[in-house]
Design a protein around this ligand. Structure first.
Ligand SMILES: [Zn+2]
Ligand SMILES: [Zn+2]
Length: 339
């Protein structure tokens, strides 16, 4: 029987290479021959430290590849189509959220690489409703991080622009955290005609941030970032991308009716006062990627505006060390497995 190589979570929470049997895709699914898959901080949901129940899971939700087999009931996709799969593993179409048109909120939607096997592999399986059409002329290692990290910040910015009273060209946006998400957010925000302030600790990322499109750089170690933002007129939006730390102090740097939007999953709670909510009319929210069709708009935008991740390559044989580099914050900025 034919097999393929995959990297799975070991019982001790580490990552190990394994062989899987190549089986036909299930109903409504396609099988994908993987070209590349990004390593994302959210992969830590199933990778060490964990409680053992995730052993055997193949992580990875920034996968690019080609449809290699169609399951029963699949329509609109053909063998050979170039596709991507992001964090949301495909909506069901029948739950209450889906019937209300909230596909992101589908209550029967697996998270790729968390509830179902993901893209740290030569092949993967995905619901057809998860598939993102990927342009033929975009490099797989460039597309992979755009499917989750890029899409997350793109959609947080665009959905704010589309809201009543939302961002308009020239508005000040602060991007907190210049890492895997933040280095892309600077590029997207600049390309969306916003005024961009990068906020990070220390001066190490200053030149890089300015080179990626930031108009201003704020060293939150050397100065009070909220005061600096207020000095620039106040941010209409703060996009918090770091996966650790307390972002509450940045609320003080918002303009009236400004929005703090979280996309980095930090364990620190956000502390917002009644005074800030009532008198400053600030808003606090989070943003969880979006639909596959919106992801296609994201890829088209990134392609047209030359938004590109900074990528370090990895292979299935060295996923553990690549993952460790990502978790230690040593990668500049996205590790991508090429298969
Ligand atoms: Zn991710
Ligand atoms: Zn549903």
């Amino acid at each position: 029987m034919a097999t393929y190589r995959a990297v799975e979570v070991a019982p001790d929470g580490g990552l190990r290479l394994t062989e899987r049997e190549l089986v036909p895709p299930g109903h409504g699914q396609v099988r994908i021959e993987v070209e590349a898959c990004g390593i994302c901080h959210s992969d830590s949901i199933v990778v060490h430290p964990h409680d053992g129940q995730d052993a055997g899971r193949v992580p990875g939700h920034e996968a690019v590849g080609r449809v290699d087999a169609l399951g029963e009931g699949v329509s609109g996709w053909e063998v050979g189509d170039r596709v991507g799969v992001g964090f949301l593993g495909g909506h069901c179409g029948v739950c209450e959220a889906c019937r209300l048109g909230d596909f992101v909120g589908c209550t029967d939607q697996p998270y790729t690489g968390v509830h179902v096997d993901g893209g740290y592999a030569e092949y993967m399986y995905a619901r057809q409703t998860a598939l993102v059409a990927v342009p033929e002329d975009m490099d797989a290692t460039r597309v992979a991080p755009l499917l989750c990290a890029g899409f997350t910040v793109y959609n947080a910015l665009v959905s704010n622009i589309q809201q009543p009273g939302g961002l308009v060209a020239g508005d000040l946006v602060a991007v907190q955290g210049i890492g895997g998400l933040g280095h892309l957010a600077l590029q997207y925000a600049r390309a969306l005609s916003l005024r961009v302030a990068a906020v990070a600790r220390g001066t190490g990322k200053r030149e890089l941030a300015l080179g990626l499109g930031a108009h201003h750089y704020i060293d939150s170690k050397a100065s009070d970032a909220a005061e600096e933002l207020t000095g620039l007129g106040g941010a209409r939006m703060v996009l918090a991308t770091a996966a650790a730390g307390d972002v509450s102090p940045l609320l003080g740097g918002l303009a009236r009716r400004g929005r703090l939007v979280l996309v980095g999953v930090s364990s620190e709670p956000v502390r917002v006062s009644a005074r800030q909510l009532i008198f400053d009319a600030v808003q606090v929210s989070g943003s969880l990627t979006g639909t596959p069709a919106q992801n296609e708009q994201n890829l088209a935008f990134a392609q047209a505006q030359n938004v590109a991740p900074m990528v370090e390559p990895a292979s299935l044989d060295d996923v553990q060390s690549a993952y460790d580099r990502m978790m230690r914050g040593e990668a500049r900025f996205r590790m991508v497995i090429t298969v």
